[in-house]
Design a protein around this ligand. Structure first.
Ligand SMILES: NC(=O)c1ccc[n+]([C@@H]2O[C@H](COP(=O)([O-])OP(=O)(O)OC[C@H]3O[C@@H](n4cnc5c(N)ncnc54)[C@H](OP(=O)(O)O)[C@@H]3O)[C@@H](O)[C@H]2O)c1
Length: 306
């Protein structure tokens, strides 16, 4: 009883501020943290709900009243990597919404006198696509493609905090969640019975169930972990993932692959995210004691699509 009380007290005492906490991952993380007794606030460009505070990172504006109690600061901000073609202005937005937000948050650090821990989301597509057999470790070098360089700069901006605080970086794989992200877009043709693999179909697709991603963030908060972690459950090929979706929904899966040239015509440079793949290891986060709740592709999809 005494131990349980201490455990609860510890959680009640932690104040967490989540920038970009209105998004796909943020909403789930906020709900889960609140259910465990954490005090959670969110920074948003369009605050709507309870405990949401205004900021405009581009103009460096913020409602500072949310800062004074913050102990754990999490940045989940980021315009969607695969939402639009990568025009020059879109690339600028992809950069500023990640690096600009981390930098702006760091400029406010002195106004958070209780800050103990900074956690930033990051991306798994950071190792390049040269060796598709290698299971990448966090210690591997960054790739040389545009997205790898973006992730490298994103993580460097998080390291501004590292001089004073433990910093954790969560290299996130494709999140399986029915309500947003890549999954609903992959599912749409499958539901119509015309699901097919993209390009060669043999490109690896690192994935994670949203429940496990939230679990990893909570694990990092609880254990006060620092360092870089691949948040990936497993890597299956694009064809295996699409086929597993079709099987889970009892839909046919026989259409020929969507040719790579068509993807490039439709999506330009951004098609690389869909046509190229890599493998990444989850041994590091597991070695800290994290146990995946949905370790198998079919089990994860069955849960998401139920
Ligand atoms: N979902 C995935 O599969 C996946 C995979 C790899 C990495 N990640 C990374 O994980 C983080 C969270 O992912 P998510 O799926 O929850 O993202 P999300 O829903 O697309 O967006 C998260 C939040 O970012 C803020 N945002 C969007 N555009 C912005 C801009 N131009 N400037 C400043 N803020 C902006 C929005 O907050 P407001 O509109 O309220 O300001 C939004 O709620 C992101 O950094 C994402 O890149 C996600």
């Amino acid at each position: 009883m005494g131990l349980a009380y201490c455990y609860l007290l510890k959680h009640f005492m932690k104040n967490i501020l989540i920038a970009g906490g209105t998004g796909l991952i943020g909403q789930r993380l906020v709900r889960s943290l609140e259910s465990k007794g954490y005090a959670v606030s969110v920074l948003s460009r369009n605050p709507r709900g309870k405990n949401q505070y205004f900021w405009n990172p581009l103009k460096q504006e913020i409602d500072e009243s949310c800062l004074s109690n913050v102990e754990v600061l999490i940045n989940l901000s980021g315009a969607g990597i695969a939402d639009k073609r990568w025009s020059k202005s879109r690339k600028e937005e992809l950069i500023s919404s990640r690096i600009g937000t981390n930098t702006f948050l760091f400029s406010l650090e002195a106004k958070m006198p209780h800050l103990k821990h900074f956690i930033t989301s990051s991306g798994i597509n950071c190792y390049g696509y040269e060796d598709d057999e290698r299971i990448h470790l966090e210690s591997d070098p960054f790739g040389t493609d545009w997205l790898s360089i973006l992730v490298s700069d994103w993580e460097k901006s998080a390291d501004l905090f590292a001089k004073k605080y433990p910093v954790a970086k969560v290299r996130t794989a494709v999140v399986f969640d029915k309500s947003g992200g890549a999954l609903p877009r992959m599912l749409a043709p499958v539901k119509l019975g015309i699901g097919s693999a993209l390009g060669s179909g043999i490109q690896q697709m690192p994935w994670i169930h949203a429940v496990d991603l939230v679990g990893i963030f909570e694990h990092i908060i609880d254990k006060e972990l620092s360092g870089t972690y691949n948040a990936v459950t497993a890597c299956d090929t694009n064809k295996e993932v699409t086929r597993a979706m079709a099987e889970t929904l009892n839909k046919p899966f026989w259409f020929p692959n969507v040719p790579a040239f068509m993807m490039k015509l439709l999506f330009g440079e951004m098609a690389s995210v869909l046509l190229l793949g890599l493998k990444a290891s989850n041994e590091k986060i597991k070695s800290t004691g994290y146990v995946f709740q949905f370790p198998e592709l079919k089990g994860a999809l069955k849960d998401v699509l139920k």
